[in-house]
Design a protein around this ligand. Sequence first.
Ligand SMILES: Cc1cc2nc3c(=O)[nH]c(=O)nc-3n(C[C@H](O)[C@H](O)[C@H](O)COP(=O)(O)OP(=O)(O)OC[C@H]3O[C@@H](n4cnc5c(N)ncnc54)[C@H](O)[C@@H]3O)c2cc1C
Length: 483
Amino acid sequence: MRWEELRSPVSFLKQQLSTVACEQTLRAYESYWEREGKPISETIDRAGTPWLKMFDRFGRRIDEILFPPEYWTLLKHGYKEGIVWRAFEEKSLVSSYLLGYLTSFYDPGLYCPYTVSLSTAVPLEKYGAESVKARFLPELLKRDDTVWQGATWMTEVKGGSDLGAAVETIAKPAGDRWLLTGEKYFASNAGAELAVVAARPEGAPKNVRGLALFLLPKYRQDGSLNYTIRRLKDKIATRSVPTGEVELKESEAYLLGKAEGGVYLILEVLNLSRVANSVASVAVAQRALADALSFAQQRTAFGKPIIEHSLLRRQFEDRATQLESAFALAWEAVTLLDRVWREQSPYSEQYHLFRLVAHLAKYWTAELAAQTAKWGMEVYGGIGTLAEFGMDRWLREAMILSIWEGTPHRQMLDGLEVMERKGAHRLLLQHLAPWADPKAVREMEARIEAHLKLALEEKEAQIERLFRDLASFTARVLRSKLK
Ligand SMILES: Cc1cc2nc3c(=O)[nH]c(=O)nc-3n(C[C@H](O)[C@H](O)[C@H](O)COP(=O)(O)OP(=O)(O)OC[C@H]3O[C@@H](n4cnc5c(N)ncnc54)[C@H](O)[C@@H]3O)c2cc1C
């Protein structure tokens, strides 16, 4: 890799991919970030949690989030460039994920509102009743400042991993809509005009199959607030998206799809955001590497720039190769998702292949982002630990990337499930075969098959090493596919 390419996300993408969709738009978007976006983003990060103005002067509940005006300009810019509308116009997710890569190079937290808006628009378009779609979808696809935002609220106070047990929000039918009552404990993009929300229709089983997905507008039909924000979370990073605790009290909502089988819709929403998270993680790793490079080229020790010392140089070379492999894995998840995102249950084999690749990518790229950011801080030495130079930010951001959208444990266990129940490892190894060493493929298959024969406790207890090796193997093979 030409190291200078690390400084620009568009140059990196061009080096990795034979063709880059909407290149002109990407170039303009990158210039905007360099010119105006960067300082706004840095200020928002430094400022910490925004204020929540809960009441107006007359005591009426308004729940307004007080970001500075520049935040809204920055945020709306990505929507205007097409991070959501292009998916529907182009009937492909590729441009959206490319724009997401660029956004995340500068501000991974800002990619969250875009991701959850896309993850609201897609199930609305696929599963919404025609009247609901006609009323709300065009608002999410607007190309100007009046565009609406979406959000995806599943997690409650009892935990996000085991949604089947932890979701206590209840949905009661009320004519053409439903009334939802409950609390969402981690609600990113709080303040959004629309959200997709997991809830349990009254009387449904108390497991994951009893969950359904609903579209919840910010305002009721009578114009009053449909949900309230109890408080905003004070987070270590992703400060460019407000994450709150949201209260629902007989809140009006519209069922998406059927009341039974909502778990499939919830997983489809998660798929979109896990792939976005993978793309964002690689971009953060690139950013940390780029910042470390520019420092190492100028900092001198023992008579020369530190980059010219052989140990550091070799580490850079190795990390640049790891970055390319992780990008190839994340991009394979994008490519496969682009083929299956229109599917509905029962899904094709290609969908199961995608799911395994998405779990591997979410896990592996987030690990890479955290490791690269930690290492970047070490390259900066002591000043890497000081907030004023910005390297600390990539480590803070990376730590959130590995937890939200499902922790590493969740990715491993869900990956194990799709291998066991759908034979996804065989689909993956067939998929990789044209670029892989046949002996390595046979050995990996034998290892996975032997693992699947273990007793349940051991199968879970021992999954980490196998999953890690499968992820790094897949990433390496896919890198040679891209080359
Ligand atoms: C900044 C931020 C924003 C977020 N925004 C949203 C949002 O907008 N919408 C939303 O729905 N959620 C959101 N989340 C929640 C996020 O999805 C959850 O944090 C995540 O799913 C994990 O759930 P949890 O934190 O409740 O941990 P828990 O589910 O309580 O898990 C705790 C630990 O136990 C581990 N664990 C659980 N089960 C097992 C098992 N079977 N085997 C081994 N280990 C296990 C987990 O991996 C984790 O390490 C957000 C989180 C953060 C940090």
